[in-house]
Design a protein around this ligand. Sequence first.
Ligand SMILES: C[S@@+](CC[C@H](N)C(=O)[O-])C[C@H]1O[C@@H](n2cnc3c(N)ncnc32)[C@H](O)[C@@H]1O
Length: 418
Amino acid sequence: MPLVEIAAMSFGRFGIGRLDGKAVLTPATAPGDLVEVQIVGQHKDYLEALPIRVVRGSIHRRAAPCPYLPRCGGCDWQHIEYDAQVRLKARLVADELSRALNISLDQTPLVERAPLEFGYRARLRLQVGPGAEVGFYQPGTQDVVAVGSCLVAAPRIQLEFARLAASDFGRGCREMELAADAARQVLTLWLRRAPGRREVLMAHRLLDRCDGLSGVILRAAEAREVVGDPTVAVELEPGLAVEVDADCFSQVNHAQNRRLVALVMELARVEPKTSLLDLYCGAGNFALCAARRGAEVVGVDADRWAVACAERNLQRLSLEGARFLAMQADTAIQFLRRAAYRPLAVILDPPRAGAADVIDQLAELRAERVIYVSCSLPALARDLKRLSARCYRVEQVRALDFFPNTHHVEVIARAVLT
Ligand SMILES: C[S@@+](CC[C@H](N)C(=O)[O-])C[C@H]1O[C@@H](n2cnc3c(N)ncnc32)[C@H](O)[C@@H]1O
């Protein structure tokens, strides 16, 4: 079997080495590893391999503390020491953005480490297997690996609630999510069919049986039923906590989100009267903090439940100066352009696929500065490249490690109109 020396990590679960001049992608490896591999896939530009034996382990390698690895696909970098994870993420961000934007980025202060390497996730998305087992997908497959615990989940998240729900709802439930704050836990069940009376009754029974479970939300596409209290509290910054419905997007890492909010406010230079467009605003993570600073905010999100949360929190916190639109981002920009709206700053925080469909139109708004927040490095590089071709210059890049033990990283870029 061939021997491969791993030289770098991909933005994913693979270590990258070379064999006969061709890149070889091998999961569960670390830079510095010398591994015996079995080639399992041949592509035009690269080979795909499985690690058979680590002949010489990297100095960055450690025994992953999670007993479900390597079968569980949840934490693809847990076998790498945390300090090295942060350095490798900095290198990935610097390489990818330098290449795409033709700029030079210093790797050293680029990625801020997370205060907690484990126990940081306030929300946990779980898959449900054919035998009602609850867990995560095995890497590269849709086979569910049942887990009894999860090291990256906040300790107050009780997987037991998810297991009970899976045995009640069985194959009717395809996915679930547990969300927690200091006092409450809410379970969202993504069902295969719109919930009826039977499912609502089952949710009531679940709530009665689970001490500590405060709400159950049943979802199937647009259908939504709520039993109990659907909200969890998220502190966005000192003195500002919002109540967010657990089935709406909220950042999973609350400690790092407070850093993110502070950084975004600083990079966007939010001041009283700053006119600010918050695209993909979710439940108002940035918009509410900007409104608190006296900015004039328009928030846009396609999820009407998230927009309803943002509006409720605006009222509850007696804040003024923000309006929210439940719209697709591209439709909203067209609408705002027709209304001759010209914000001074734009915050852009799209889902993983990025914002390719709105970049050109967004550039037409000619905002002085654009703050792009992204958890997908390839999508960010693609969109910033496009923005750079439309009279913007990327002048600052920062990153926060929101997701220790995985390859993911939250990157924040500031672009200015030239
Ligand atoms: C990564 S989240 C960011 C939310 C928020 N900025 C935060 O920090 O909590 C992305 C958001 O984009 C919204 N979204 C997804 N596709 C969209 C689209 N085409 N138009 C508008 N919003 C969209 C989702 O509902 C979600 O709230």
